[in-house]
Design a protein around this ligand. Structure first.
Ligand code: ADP
Ligand code: NA
Length: 330
């Protein structure tokens, strides 16, 4: 029996991924790749929706791919590629844009939030059509499941609508994918501001743990993480967001239950707890970072891996695009 297909991706929007990307996405992808025929993309075309420095974008794209591999995505098992290496993404996005309602696209809350933040002149048409490109990403591979954070759920709903609309207008062409929403327990918050999500595009990185940082630097950030005055290591998202966030990270990286970590630190202060967590972070990221740096040290090998994977992706994408051209009369 063939495995169901899975598609997911991340924008190359920083030099390093952050620990939320690792826990909320990469660790789950690493497990899922065993039960799915998985496609993992570095979505550089999406990154262009905000102004980029060309040389930096190219470098961030390679670094993001290296971190996927370092985190355990197997490029011989999963298809791990750079979006722009497969031309069909942009081509299918154009065709899907012609069956997307202007009002329908205008209802995307992420666009409304971002465009309100940037202002009309700094908001590109590309940012508006971003969800249509995302639909193309997913539909090109006849994807069954799309693991996403809940901020992307609306975009996957749009993808489903477009697939169904195309199928009913032009004949069965696309698999209609379903979203798999990331577990709440996989959501990591900023160490300095533990009610907002840790993000690689945060304004200040004082509360961000970078996958490629020197682990000693991450340890320092953990020691300075915001907690509370209670002094008890106890999970309570509402009243103790800082400590709860640290517990979530601790549990995710060690595979332990939160309750067992609470028990271990019962009657001890936050200092000990933070030291324990810092050690877990260093243990986890030292090898990941070393592997990523090794890959980045050998650009020819990394490029060879990405080219071979893009070729595999291209073959699948091209078959879908050919069917689409045929159906619509091109
Ligand atoms: P960022 O905010 O760091 O730029 P993205 O929006 O590009 O992250 O998301 C990339 C992937 O990482 C998505 O699957 C998203 O759900 C996951 N992710 C991002 N930040 C976090 C977080 N703080 N906690 C858990 N998962 C996260
Ligand atoms: Na982002």
């Amino acid at each position: 029996m063939t495995k169901p297909r899975l598609y997911s991706g991340m924008q190359p929007s920083a030099d390093s991924l952050q620990i939320g990307n690792y826990i909320g996405a990469l660790l789950q992808w690493r497990d899922l790749q065993n039960s799915y025929d998985a496609y993992f993309s570095v979505v550089d075309l999406h990154a262009l929706t905000v102004a980029q420095n060309p040389a930096e974008l190219r470098e961030k794209t390679r670094r993001t791919a290296a971190q996927y591999i370092a985190a355990g995505i197997e490029p011989s098992q999963s298809t791990l590629y750079v979006q722009s290496h497969v031309r069909a993404h942009a081509e299918l996005a154009w065709i899907l844009s012609t069956i997307t309602g202007f009002g329908e696209a205008g209802r995307m809350t992420q666009f409304k939030d971002k465009s309100a933040r940037y202002g009309a002149d700094a908001t590109s048409v590309g940012l508006f059509t971003y969800p249509v490109l995302m639909a193309a990403d997913i539909l090109l591979y006849q994807t069954d499941v799309v693991p996403v954070g809940d901020d992307q759920k609306q975009h996957v709903e749009l993808t489903r609508d477009l697939a169904e609309r195309f199928n009913s207008r032009f004949g069965e062409t696309f698999v209609v994918p379903r979203p798999v929403i990331q577990k709440d327990t996989a959501r990591i918050y900023d160490l300095q501001n533990p009610t907002s999500k840790m993000s690689k595009s945060a304004e200040s990185d004082a509360g961000v743990l970078w996958m490629l940082d020197d682990p000693a630097k991450s340890a320092k950030k953990i020691m300075r993480a915001v907690t509370d005055n209670e002094g008890t290591v106890r999970f309570d998202r509402e009243n103790k967001p800082g400590v709860s966030n640290l517990l979530t990270i601790y549990a995710a990286l060690t595979g332990r239950q939160i309750g067992s970590i609470e028990d271990e630190y019962a009657g001890r202060g936050y200092g000990d707890f933070k030291k324990g967590l810092a050690e877990a972070v260093v243990n986890e990221f030292e090898p990941v970072r070393a592997r990523a740096l090794e890959l980045l040290d050998d650009p020819a090998e990394l490029d060879r891996i990405l080219a071979a994977n893009a070729e595999r992706a291209d073959a699948v994408a091209d078959t879908t695009l050919g069917a689409v051209y045929d159906r619509v009369g091109l």
